[in-house]
Design a protein around this ligand. Structure first.
Ligand code: SF4
Length: 496
């Protein structure tokens, strides 16, 4: 999300007359620091960077007339003036909904003031801004489709730093994806704090009864009221995957409550929507899940996992977990370990809990799990995850995966390429000439060439190591061709 936000910031600055980005902060006239506030750890890193820039700036002022440090994003939103008062020589503090105001804020600095705007908006989606891509030659890109979160999970600061949910109109997203396709992008990750509660209300002409027609995953609930039901995430995915059949789509980060059947069906039926779902559980104990105000139970979560696996064959699942949340007992922790073993995740993001001001937990609970217990539980969780994920990687040995080549394998840049499979696993293989698939699906042995960045390559998996796969390239193909020829026979529809 922060990369995507920086691309919006670059566009705003470009329109204000700033033309060039530089590689070294030492050479910059303005340094933007985009920040995260989700954990104390993330904020400490930002303070370390600010210390570094503080030293840099003292030298810098001697060399460059106009040296500015700008703090953007969630930490700016959370701490506001406190950052300006911190003695770190920060010039501008700008919250995530105020990026359009940056040129004015920087002008204030020219007049000897500090600039600050941390107003949150109910409407801002930056839909009309064409982001300036940071990784210009990359074949993958991010597209932000919604912002904010209404969920108020008791541990989470995001609703206070990113504001209420709002979605970009479908048309503006289709336009941006079309431009990316023209630039040679082959895979787009759709982004949002709560991406699958996407709700494009721009075409809704009158208010409908609160909550009507809005389907949650079975057994899940939410405290939020939905006023108008517009085009939902399944509609957006359906439209994008139909309009761009040779482009692959992923999305993050979803909430497990927003997986109604029609979303699962779009994922199953569209060859170019990746078979990968991030399903943040946070805990395996129903008691803790309730204290976290997540709106489900362990049982409902497991039933959803089962339904996802029934509906979408060979789907990969990842998750987020918090260790040592307020009141977590050894029993609760064991339930989390058992959930991780039961589900067998492809990936997981695991953290020790750190309390954030303003949240429901801060106001109502005690942060009563000692730090060393949190760390011990985190270690146990990581070990449990590693045991189960190894099996998930091993199970793919012998299969043929479709890999979008993203670049050389850093470990053997001269001889190997690296990319991601549909399921999001890193796959590397030796660069050798391989045949092209013809429109009829045959491997044309007369037309062999080395795969290059941006090619879709069929790779047979030969071995797995922790968190990556290694295989042999078989053929270069088109995305739709691969699924029509390889997967259709296994009962998955191929819509091109
Ligand atoms: Fe935070 Fe995600 Fe919960 Fe929203 S859904 S409050 S972003 S954890």
């Amino acid at each position: 999300m922060n990369i995507s936000d920086m691309e919006v910031v670059l566009s705003v600055m470009k329109n204000a007359g700033y033309r060039e980005t530089v590689d070294n902060p030492e050479a910059a006239e303005i340094i933007f620091i985009n920040t995260c506030a989700i954990r104390d750890n993330a904020e400490q890193k930002v303070w370390q960077r600010l210390n570094y820039f503080w030293f840099l700036k003292r030298q810098w002022k001697r060399n460059v007339a106009q040296g500015r440090v700008v703090v953007l994003g969630c930490m700016a939103e959370r701490l506001k003036e406190k950052i300006l008062d911190s003695d770190k020589m920060v010039d501008v503090v700008c919250g995530p909904d105020a990026y359009r105001d940056l040129p004015r804020l920087l002008q204030e600095v020219d007049y000897g003031q500090k600039g600050i705007n941390t107003l949150l908006s109910l409407e801002e989606t930056y839909a009309d801004i064409s982001p300036v891509r940071i990784m210009k030659n990359s074949v993958t890109a991010f597209v932000s489709v919604m912002r904010g979160c209404n969920n108020m999970c008791s541990f989470c600061i995001v609703p206070f730093t990113r504001g209420r949910e709002r979605s970009r109109p479908v048309e503006s997203i289709v336009k941006e994806v079309g431009e990316l396709w023209e630039e040679g992008v082959k895979e787009v990750t759709l982004l949002g704090q709560n991406v699958n509660s996407y709700n494009d209300e721009s075409g809704v002409e009158q208010e409908v009864e609160a909550g009507s027609n809005w389907k949650y995953s079975e057994g899940f609930s939410s405290m939020c009221k939905i006023k108008n039901v517009g085009l939902r995430f399944s509609d957006l995915l359906d439209r994008l995957s139909t309009e761009f059949p040779e482009m692959r789509f992923r999305y993050t980060s979803p909430h497990p409550k927003d997986f109604p059947d029609d979303l699962l069906h779009v994922m199953r039926n569209r060859h170019n929507v990746c078979n990968f779902i991030h399903l943040p559980a946070q805990s395996g104990s129903s008691r803790m899940i309730e204290r976290m105000r997540r709106g489900y139970t362990r049982e409902a979560y497991l039933e959803l996992v089962e339904k996802i696996r029934r509906t979408i064959p060979d789907v990969g699942i990842s998750s987020d977990f918090i260790c040592g949340f307020c009141g977590e007992t050894e029993e609760d922790h064991k339930e989390t370990l058992s959930l991780v073993s039961t589900v067998g995740y492809d990936m997981a993001f695991m953290f020790a809990y750190s309390m954030r001001e303003k949240t429901h937990a801060h106001r109502n609970y005690a942060d009563d799990v000692p730090e060393e217990v949190k760390q011990r539980r985190l270690t146990e969780l990581i070990e449990t995850f590693r045991e189960s994920t190894g099996q998930c990687y091993d199970s793919q040995i012998g299969s043929v995966q479709l890999v979008l080549v993203e670049g050389p394998n850093k470990r053997a840049p001269e001889t190997e390429l690296m990319g991601k499979s549909d399921r999001g696993h890193r796959v590397s293989f030796v660069t050798v000439p391989v045949p092209n698939r013809t429109a009829e699906g045959a491997a044309d042995q007369q037309q062999q060439r080395n795969p290059v960045v941006g090619d879709y390559v069929e790779v047979r998996i030969l071995r797995s190591s922790r968190a990556s796969l290694y295989g042999e390239a078989l053929a270069i193909t088109k995305l739709s061709l691969f699924y029509c020829n390889t997967v259709e026979n296994e009962g998955v529809a191929c819509a091109v």
